[in-house]
Design a protein around this ligand. Structure first.
Ligand SMILES: C[S@@+](CC[C@H](N)C(=O)[O-])C[C@H]1O[C@@H](n2cnc3c(N)ncnc32)[C@H](O)[C@@H]1O
Length: 233
């Protein structure tokens, strides 16, 4: 019988923020899939701290590029490698930081396996996302009452930032680390500075936050975001 594929969200980085269900699945599966993007896998690190056992590891390479044709090939290769395990009857857990449906490579792999092998059973185990962990650490509401939220993957550009900031009560800028200084420049030019808070390693003991401009010129961690809240009063 074909094995089952799990997409497991391991939360923002602190093993204590993993769900009981995530831990239960990770104690059972025989194969663990953690993408290799040329840096240490944060998701794998969380798993190792939470679940003390050996896994057979699959580390498909996902290059840090936006070139669609390169990514398509990587997703296809990863899906095939995972399917080879599933076909042997092995259950596979694809682990992802935060939640698997929220900017995770898991969704590309899931879609490919679904269409090529519809017989494969797939279960997504949701995780605490970095966005709610960020609001929790800052001690602020992310959104409340009739408020609305926009999420911007800033690595793909921030051209519509002013428009979003006008129309949404809270705007979260994710994937900020690689173009951090140009994002800061945009916040300054658009006068959005006073609404902005920088937060890194949310949901972990190493959480830090502050005014974004005070981090100018510094190398910020990949696990960083900027939150813009509508000012009241
Ligand atoms: C590919 S997305 C993954 C999002 C993840 N699936 C989630 O549910 O939060 C990576 C981006 O998420 C944000 N991120 C993830 N974990 C974070 C953390 N612990 N603290 C701050 N930002 C984090 C950063 O903006 C990072 O560049």
């Amino acid at each position: 019988m074909t094995g089952k594929l799990y997409g497991v969200g391991v939360g923002p980085g602190d093993p204590e923020l993993m769900t009981l269900k995530a831990v239960k699945v990770l104690k059972r599966v025989s194969v663990l899939c953690a993408p290799d993007s040329g840096r240490e896998s944060r998701a794998l690190d969380v798993v190792r701290r939470a679940v003390k056992r050996e896994f057979r590891l699959l580390r498909p390479h996902f290059p840090m590029t936006k070139r669609r044709e390169v990514l398509e090939k990587a997703w296809q290769r990863a899906s095939e490698a995972i399917y080879r395990e599933l076909r042997k009857g092995e259950d596979v857990a694809f682990v992802t930081i935060g939640d698997p449906t929220f900017y995770s490579t898991f969704t590309y792999v899931m879609e490919r396996i679904k269409s090529a092998h519809p017989e494969v059973e797939i279960e997504v185990v949701p995780g605490v996302t970095s966005v709610t962990a960020c609001a929790a650490n800052l001690g602020i509401p992310l959104v409340s009452g009739g408020e609305s939220l926009a999420v911007v993957p800033a690595a793909y550009g921030t051209d519509n930032l002013e428009l979003l900031a006008r129309n949404f009560d809270t705007v979260v800028l994710m994937k900020v680390s690689r173009s951090f200084d140009s994002i800061l420049e945009r916040l300054r030019q658009t006068g959005l500075d006073e609404r902005a808070v920088f937060a890194a390693k949310c949901g972990t003991p190493a959480f830090t936050s502050g005014e974004p401009q005070s981090f100018r010129g510094r190398k910020v961690d990949y696990l960083s975001m900027i939150l813009l809240r509508r000012l009241r009063g």
